[in-house]
Design a protein around this ligand. Structure first.
Ligand SMILES: *Cc1c(COP(=O)(O)O)cnc(C)c1O
Length: 364
């Protein structure tokens, strides 16, 4: 038996979630967000699984965009931060990549460039996120500047929601209205805008116009802290390992580095082939849910590089070699993330290459 630390990616679940996002988009335009190796799920397999269900892909840099073109994918590909350097403009033109334009230097660089063909651009407006984009009062001048350039092809508008994962926050409505006001001076139809991330797609009808940009929901995790809000999503990743040791430790015995957990009684303790070297969070506290042999139990003691320990009292018949699920349908990554003070996004992205990705179609 070899060490097992595996992420099984359920392609049907990805497709189910993509179809759900697509159904929510009021103009039916979707941009599947595949940045960071498709949130750790594997860029190319995910892109191929979704390609007949989405109009576009979104990534963060050329290193993520070019493999999609090389794999023969023909969709629109939007680089969410545009080009990082004027040198990249030629590649954008040659590979038909869309650029998000968020700073004046990018307009100047396009003015100075003579690309082989015009580049489709998305003007990023900062309607409240406080990250990338022109302020609403700078937007008109930026649009005018871009429309005048032969290097610019089609021009669309984009903004990003800062608080759409808070179901009651009024900030989202304010952001959408701010974009609408900025747009009023430019003749664009809804399908030339893009607002919604996953939280916008799932919860904010007013943000679903134009091109939606679902990310985390495609992977079957909720953007909301309350996992109940996403019962129709299907988790696309099951992170699995095995028991590599099962022993009974006496009362008072420590478990792992620093003896953070001390056995309150004589108890069976399992050691699992998963650690922070695989990307499982080292700061996971005692009590973080883990499923052994289909039964829920808890992590105990500090996570090591290659291993972590679990309380086997709820699973007294557990044996070496038995399967352990760290996250998937149960426990949900969102729930594990809650214990660890982070979000499912980070858990997915930090999985290391040592974790084998296995792609499954259908059940199993
Ligand atoms: C990552 C990202 C998204 C997707 O966000 P989710 O919360 O994962 O749906 C959408 N738009 C932009 C600009 C992003 O950076």
């Amino acid at each position: 038996m070899s060490r097992l630390a595996r992420a099984t990616i359920h392609l049907d679940a990805l497709r189910h979630n993509m179809a759900m996002a697509r159904a929510a988009a009021s103009d039916g335009r979707t941009m599947a967000v595949l940045k960071a190796n498709a949130y750790g799920h594997g860029l190319l397999p995910v892109a191929h699984a979704l390609s007949d269900l989405t109009d576009a892909f979104a990534v963060s840099c050329l290193e993520e965009a070019l493999p999609l073109r090389e794999a023969g994918l023909e969709q629109r590909i939007v680089l969410l931060e545009g080009f990082f350097d004027a040198d990249e403009i030629g590649v954008f033109a040659a590979r038909r990549l869309d650029a998000v334009i968020h700073l004046p230097w990018q307009i100047e660089a396009l003015a100075a460039a003579a690309p082989s063909q015009p580049i489709d651009c998305w003007l990023k407006v900062d309607t409240g996120m406080g990250r990338l984009g022109f302020s609403p009062d700078e937007a008109d001048a930026a649009v005018e500047g871009l429309r005048a350039l032969p290097a610019v092809g089609e021009l669309r508008w984009m903004t990003h929601l800062a608080r759409a994962d808070e179901p009651d926050a009024s900030a989202t409505a304010t952001q959408v209205e701010t974009l609408e006001q900025a747009l009023a001076t430019d003749a664009v139809s809804d399908d030339q805008t893009s607002i919604a991330n996953s939280a916008g797609t799932l919860h904010w009808p007013m943000a679903r116009a134009g091109w939606i940009r679902p990310g985390i929901m495609l992977y079957g995790a909720s953007p909301f802290a309350d996992a109940a809000i996403h019962d129709r999503l299907q988790p696309a990743m099951t992170l699995e390992a095995r028991l590599v040791s099962v022993k009974t430790l006496p009362a008072g015995h420590g478990v792992g580095y620093g003896a953070r957990f001390v056995c309150p009684e004589a108890m069976p303790v399992g050691v699992v082939s998963m650690g922070y070297g695989d990307g499982y969070p080292r700061h996971a506290p005692d009590g973080t849910p883990v499923v052994v042999n289909g039964r829920r139990t808890a992590l105990i003691g500090k996570v090591s590089m290659d291993m972590l320990a679990v309380d086997l009292r709820p699973v007294p018949d557990a044996r070496v070699g038995d399967p352990v699920v760290l996250w998937g349908a149960d426990p949900l990554a969102t729930e594990v993330a809650g214990y660890c003070g982070t979000i499912s996004y980070e858990l997915f992205c930090r999985l290391t290459p040592r974790v084998q990705r296995v792609y499954r179609q259908g059940d199993g």
